[in-house]
Design a protein. Structure first.
Length: 359
């Protein structure tokens, strides 16, 4: 039997899934739209999970070939686009008036978008730790809201499986960064700690020199004494924070941060160009997720103001808190504050180590 379009993508079956809690489609277009948008979101989340797992599996290898980085970059870029598409759905939701939504909102109680198991899976697979999670409501754990009245649920089982699927993406990428040669030194070499710390101290020296020069330029401007004092304090705090960050007591954490800084600083070198692309896409991906969260909060505020959420959360306040607090790849973001202009970067003695080599 020859395939056809409608059987390949199950069109008839797909179009029969918008009944909500009834045995037929709701009368109001707005409610059908609400269902369709969330169904499409779940399909986007399915694709995102597949791409994130592909990237995680690439980076969990003990050796990640340079040729694999292009595939990882393609998957990360796809995740960014999918998150942007999902965020754009909120504009469609906003074609409803608040009263349109209130006409069927009570049907949802106590259901909530918080019960999207796939979205929770995304957070877990990325590496969002329990210590960062904002309490949803009275539940002691985010898994409480995934339980059905009988106790378990497919959503809870899905999330539990994902929790046990280690390493998470952040862990896998950090292990890859930990193996990055810094100044040509590998982690298993005897002098590696000395080389890494020397690189960091040279960088901090240049960092201090740049900020000191900026402070001096401030003094030459026609600012009030109060402004000068305030800005000096800010620059001094920035210098101190940089030292604390790059001199982390745990050497593995220190080396990971040094690797991010090294890749970002010498990104033009051939063997560092793809790693730098990965780091940039990690930031873009998390930025896309943060924008999704923020866009969601504004849509909800526009629809229901500061009402309690259907699932019992604080509504907009909860959504805003997740958009502010949830940051997974913190070190990759933090290094952006420390980067130097090209003229100030410490010269690299063995740049040839990072050139392409003939096999």
């Amino acid at each position: 039997m020859k395939p056809n379009y409608w059987s390949y993508i199950r069109v008839e079956e797909l179009l029969s899934l918008q009944n909500g809690l009834g045995d037929r489609e709701p009368e109001k277009n707005e409610e059908v739209m609400f269902i369709v948008v969330h169904q499409i979101d779940e399909l986007w989340f399915k694709l995102i999970l597949r791409e994130l797992k592909t990237v995680r599996d690439l980076f969990r290898q003990s050796h990640v070939p340079e040729t694999a980085l292009a595939r990882a970059a393609r998957s990360l870029k796809r995740v960014c686009i999918l998150l942007r598409l999902a965020a754009e759905h909120f504009a469609l939701m906003e074609t409803m008036t608040p009263r349109d939504f209130l006409d069927f909102r009570d049907k949802l109680v106590p259901a909530s978008g918080f019960q999207s198991a796939q979205f929770r899976e995304m957070e877990i697979l990325l590496g969002l730790g329990m210590e960062l999670r904002v309490p949803f409501g009275r539940e002691g754990s985010y898994t409480s809201s995934l339980r059905a009245e009988s106790g378990g649920s497919p959503a809870l089982e899905r999330v539990r499986r994902r929790e046990g699927d280690r390493p998470y993406l952040r862990e896998a990428i950090e292990q890859w960064l930990l193996r990055t040669p810094i100044e040509g030194s590998q982690p298993d070499e005897t002098r590696d700690r000395e080389v890494v710390d020397h690189f960091l101290e040279r960088f901090l020296e240049r960092h201090r020199a740049d900020l000191t020069a900026q402070m001096r330029r401030i003094e030459d401007q026609t600012l009030t004494h109060a402004d000068v004092d305030r800005l000096k304090t800010s620059y001094e705090t920035e210098m101190k924070d940089a030292e604390v960050f790059l001199r982390a007591p745990d050497f593995q954490r220190r080396r990971i941060r040094a690797a991010i800084l090294f890749i970002e600083s010498y990104r033009e070198l051939p063997l560092l160009s793809w790693p730098r692309e990965i780091l940039d896409l990690v930031v873009e991906m998390e930025q896309s997720l943060l924008i999704f969260r923020q866009r969601h909060a504004r849509m909800v505020e526009r629809m229901i103001g500061r009402r309690v959420g259907t699932g019992g959360s604080s509504g907009v306040d909860y959504l805003d808190a997740t958009a502010i607090k949830y940051r997974i790849f913190e070190d990759v973001w933090a290094v952006r504050t420390l980067l130097l202009r090209e003229a100030s970067i410490p010269p690299l003695a063995n740049a040839s180590f990072y050139e392409f080599r003939a096999q």
